[in-house]
Write a protein of this length. Structure first.
Length: 480
């Protein structure tokens, strides 16, 4: 009855709020961990936030008071900032963003500020592109596992569909030509018009990034099919060690037959700078018509002039941005290693990764059987007993049960140690939960074998932890 009063959009389930991904957040909200006030609470590891380098931001803000209109030094700009409302954005903001994006991509690309279109975060950028590129009922192919909120961002209000390109652990979830062709053919059989391929590079949730050859293959694939390629590069600046991140902006220069009208980039400052609260999203398209229409649509998700003004100032400080990107990468790498190494010591593996604000944890051996029901059962144990909000693979459309995404950059060192310690305690107490035989498990994790269980205990026991260990925490005392 009540529903008749509202639109179909308002009453459908397209937001996805009822998925396990958001359920975990609710569990955290109901009982959030605090080292002193609630040491037994749930630790939030389902949030891909980059909080490791805020001291550097704060320092910059302190030494640049004129960047804010709320200081004596900047208040003379208050009126012009308050009344400015052009949807093209401040020229100095677009220039600063383009330069920052170039810098994050090793200055091997030269993005044009006139192609920068603002949106309300990458969330808004994806929806804008979906509106520009596809009609209701038409589809984008998306390699799995993928960021759960794509189902909301691209589908909910546009009526566009997302079709999985199934990627598997047997080749580290790489995107293969065969998987792309299979997904495309399946859509054709179902009479669904495919309008594009959407990739996230570096990947959320895998924490890996695509090599040049794979990117070239993708460019060839979309050109061959004459469909769009949308590249979400929101984690470009989080690549830590090893090979350099390769942007699609580099690769298209190396594929002469590429139709540039098909290529579109999504970016935001939510991850590389850690500013999701500012809602700075970017559509960067090589297609003039898309730039023009996306700009008109941007009226629905503009970045406030106050934010543009402040960020234009911050991001055009090359010395600051260079140091920030480098230091942020170092800190992310350190935290990533601290976590993954700690888990390896108790026999928990993860996909090898060096990007993003998370890693892809392999708990397949803990499932009663290889089903998504068992994954859900074990996830409830993680939430309710270990009290960690990690995100189950099924919410990322992973095709294989038993994988979980662990976010590691939204907390301090102490909380990290508590989280690790809880996992270790759980594994020790529940050795019998490891369903696979020791032999099988050991074959899969040869590098872990060298550690005897005595040594594992030594490493992970709180009194051997870093000076930042949670020793004084009542939780640790209680669990000891
Ligand atoms: C791959 C990916 N795209 C888009 C978003 C949304 O970002 P924003 O906060 O800029 O809307 C996220 C956030 O987690 C993400 O991981």
């Amino acid at each position: 009855m009540t529903n008749n009063l509202l639109s179909n959009m308002a009453t459908n389930d397209g937001h996805g709020e009822n998925s396990p991904y958001f359920d975990g957040w609710k569990a955290y909200d109901a009982n959030p961990f605090h080292p002193q006030h609630n040491p037994d609470g749930v630790i939030q590891m389902g949030l891909a936030e980059n909080q490791l380098s805020f001291d550097l931001i704060q320092e910059w803000v302190g030494s640049n008071p004129n960047a804010s209109i709320c200081t004596p030094q900047g208040s003379s700009d208050f009126k012009t900032t308050a009344i400015f409302q052009d949807y093209h954005g401040l020229p100095e903001f677009r220039t600063a963003i383009a330069n920052f994006m170039n810098q994050v991509r090793g200055n091997r690309v030269k993005l044009d500020p006139d192609r920068i279109v603002m949106s309300g975060g990458a969330t808004g950028a994806h929806e804008t592109l979906a509106f520009c590129l596809a009609n209701p009922g038409e589809a984008f192919l998306v390699p799995t596992p993928y960021y759960p909120a794509f189902d909301r961002d691209l589908r909910w209000r546009t009526g566009v569909q997302l079709l999985p390109v199934v990627c598997e652990s047997s080749n580290d979830f790489k995107i293969t030509k065969e998987a792309l062709e299979t997904a495309y053919e399946k859509a054709k059989l179902a009479n669904i018009k495919v309008k594009g391929l959407l990739i996230t590079n570096p990947s959320n949730p895998l924490g890996t990034f695509l090599d040049r050859e794979t990117l070239k293959d993708l460019v060839c694939f979309i050109n061959d099919k004459n469909i769009h390629l949308v590249c979400d590069e929101i984690y470009a600046g989080t690549v830590t060690t090893g090979a350099d991140f390769v942007s699609i902006a580099e690769v298209i220069k190396e594929v002469p037959e590429c139709n540039l009208d098909l290529i579109h980039l999504v970016y935001s400052l939510s991850k590389d700078m850690g500013f999701p609260g500012f809602r700075v999203g970017i559509v960067y398209s090589y297609n003039d018509k898309v730039v023009s229409i996306a700009r008109k649509m941007s009226s629905f998700g503009l970045v406030s002039t106050q934010t543009q003004r402040m960020l234009a100032s911050m991001l055009s400080d090359d010395k600051f941005t260079k140091n920030y990107i480098s230091e942020s990468r170092t800190r992310l790498a350190r935290r990533h290693d601290m976590f993954t190494r700690g888990l390896t010591q108790v026999g928990i593996g993860s996909l090898k990764s060096n990007a993003g604000l998370f890693f892809w944890m392999d708990l397949r051996k803990f499932l009663k059987d290889p089903t998504f029901e068992s994954e859900m059962t074990f996830w409830r144990v993680i939430i309710n007993e270990i009290k960690l909000n990690v995100s189950p693979g099924q919410s990322f459309h992973c095709s294989e049960p038993g994988w979980f995404r662990v976010c590691f950059a939204n907390m301090d060192d102490e909380t990290t140690m508590v989280a690790l310690w809880r996992m270790k305690t759980f594994v020790r107490k529940n050795r019998n939960l490891e369903i696979k035989t020791k032999k099988q498990c050991w074959q899969n994790n040869q590098h872990m074998l060298r550690l005897s269980s005595r040594r594992l205990d030594d490493i992970m026991t709180p009194h051997r932890m870093s000076p930042h260990s949670p020793l004084p925490s009542p939780l640790v005392r209680a669990q000891n």
